[in-house]
Ligand binder design. Structure first.
Ligand SMILES: [Zn+2]
Length: 105
């Protein structure tokens, strides 16, 4: 299980949410890379019962994701997905807009 995030082809910075230009080098060519898991830094419970989390992933990138399942605590590693109907257990769902300014290889 993994989720896709944007990566600059010039400087390899990972970006979320997707950008039109890299804030590090100004590049405008991106690819998508799969990341398998993130570490929960903070969670927020919404009035409707859903839980949002800030997660850190390799390379220092932080993403905001909706947690499915229950019981995730800060410091816990959870699998990432772009599939809103992911399997059971604690999973972090990252919505990704379709092909924003991405060059397909
Ligand atoms: Zn860059």
């Amino acid at each position: 299980m993994s989720a896709l995030v944007q990566e600059c082809r010039n400087c390899r910075s990972r970006l979320f949410p997707d950008r039109l230009f890299c804030p590090v080098c100004g590049g405008d060519s991106f690819s998508t890379v799969a990341v398998g898991q993130g570490t929960v830094e903070q969670t927020t419970a919404l009035p409707d019962g859903s839980v949002l989390a800030t997660l850190s992933i390799d390379g220092g990138l932080r993403v905001i994701a909706r947690l499915t399942g229950s019981g995730a605590q800060p410091g816990q590693d959870v699998p990432l997905t772009n599939d809103p109907h992911a399997a059971s257990g604690v999973t972090a769902f990252i919505p990704v807009p379709s092909n924003l300014n991405e060059d397909q290889p």
